[in-house]
Design a protein around this ligand. Structure first.
Ligand code: GDP
Length: 432
């Protein structure tokens, strides 16, 4: 089966200084030759006059580069044209490419899909790439980059090798069951110890997964308190100053009830519970309210706004309206004193929040497990390892190890375990 060669505008919407058009597939070389007049050496950016092979009319004077399979982003032959980024040049390029035999416009994510199919990326890296595209803060960028560059994949591959070795060993035990070879028994003890070390590693990363998910989703902070204490005012002054990324959850017709802040590179979502109402008619807006309410209920931090120290604090207490009470601004007795109207104490509150977020997210130390899907796969792995550790029957022990391998395959998107079995058999062919 010959795959179609796909192409797409890889850079942003024109007009721009430069537009990048990307190709991947078997027709890359012939397309490159036809459009630039010759096939330049691979991996070398080359200046070229780009012509439409159908009319021989010049489309643009531009740069072109190609990469030979398998040493490319998708694992196939790929190419990039860096043309002038006008609407007309891009349109002419796309029109010309679409008319060439074997070429078609790529579907969303199709380059990445081919990279995955050719094992250039595993599933965790694809997820990391998606996060990198969506990253809004430095912490999110660093975590996503770590994952996209294979942080979790490398770990998973090491774990997989350990399990395959353990499986090989358990098969050997089965074969030599009657003889009870000392060598095999000794290596079995060693394997069990290695598996236990691995289990500790996996559980350590699992324990850190909540942090990874919080970096992705942003820490939620619910602003609560009695009516008229100044919750919305406080929310607005924080949002107004710090809203590097503003996301209004409840539609655009009313004031936002959620705002995403970038506090020293940490994503923090502030939810104004004063804005959560039941009397909303618009279904989209109502859905926004439902979601915001659920998020507020699960908030990582509650800011309890009051004008007097509350008898029962619901979270971190913020005393507002100090312009009326005459209290000094800043932190005392564990409470934050501010004036949302006058602005005093707001910087101290902001710094306090940033420090809290930094402590919660530890920006310099990216978590490896960042999604529920990954967490579930690794929890399955731990369960299987525990089964294997407990199981004395060699057949059931081997089965538990296979389950462990399968959990890892789910993590990396290689669901089939045929390759594991192939590797296993190849390790055992000598003398069998
Ligand atoms: P919410 O019901 O808790 O959201 O409170 P609002 O933010 O709507 O504020 C209620 C009233 O208090 C409004 O009239 C605000 O202008 C006023 N207010 C809010 N913060 C301050 C403050 O720091 N000082 C003073 N003097 N008035 C404030």
């Amino acid at each position: 089966m010959t795959e179609a060669t796909i192409f797409a505008l890889a850079s942003g919407r024109p007009p721009a200084a430069i537009a990048v058009i990307r190709l991947s597939g078997p027709a890359v070389r012939v397309t490159m030759t036809a459009m630039t007049g010759r096939l330049p050496p691979p991996r070398r950016m080359t200046a070229a006059r780009i012509v439409d092979p159908a009319t021989l009319g010049v489309i643009d004077q531009a740069l072109a580069v190609w990469f030979a399979a398998p040493a490319s982003a998708t694992g196939e032959d790929t190419a990039e044209f860096h043309v002038h980024g006008s609407t007309a040049v891009v349109a002419a390029m796309l029109r010309c490419l679409a008319a060439l035999p074997g070429l078609r416009l790529a579907e969303p994510g199709e380059f990445t899909r081919r990279a995955f199919d050719n094992a250039k990326l595993d599933l965790t890296q694809v997820e990391g790439l998606a996060d990198l595209m969506a990253a809004g803060t430095e912490t999110q960028r660093l975590q996503a980059l770590t994952q996209a560059s294979g942080g979790l994949r490398q770990r998973a591959e090491t774990w997989r090798a350990t399990i395959v070795a353990a499986l090989a060993n358990s098969v050997a035990l089965l074969d030599f069951a009657e003889e009870q070879s000392d060598v095999v028994v000794a290596s079995d003890v060693k394997t069990a110890a290695t598996l236990r070390v691995m289990r500790v590693e996996v559980t350590t990363h699992l324990a850190d997964s909540a942090r990874g998910e919080r970096v992705r989703d942003g820490l939620t902070v619910a602003v609560v308190g009695a009516p008229n204490v100044g919750k919305s005012s406080l929310f607005n002054i924080l949002a107004g100053r710090d809203a590097a990324i503003v996301s209004s959850a409840a539609g655009t017709t009313r004031d936002p009830i959620e705002v995403a802040l970038d506090l020293n590179g940490c994503a923090v979502t502030l939810i104004d519970t004063a804005g959560l109402r039941d009397d909303v008619a618009d279904p989209v807006e109502r859905e926004g309210m439902v979601r915001a309410r659920a998020r507020a209920a699960a908030a990582a931090l509650v800011l309890h706004v009051a004008t007097e120290p509350p008898a029962e604090p619901l979270g971190q207490v913020v005393i507002n309206k100090i312009d009326l009470s005459g209290e000094p601004a800043g932190i005392h007795a564990g409470r934050l004193y501010v004036s949302a109207a006058g602005g005093s104490g707001i910087d101290a509150l902001r710094n306090w929040l940033a420090e809290w977020a930094t402590a919660a997210l530890r920006p310099g130390d990216p978590a490896l497990v960042t999604r529920e899907r990954q967490r579930i796969a690794l929890a399955g792995l731990v369960e299987a390892l525990d089964d294997a550790d407990r199981e004395v029957d060699p057949v059931l022990h081997a089965e538990a190890l296979q389950m462990a391998a399968q959990s890892l395959a789910r993590l990396t998107g290689r669901v089939g375990i045929e390759d594991i079995l192939d590797e296993l058999y190849s390790a055992f062919c000598i003398g069998k």
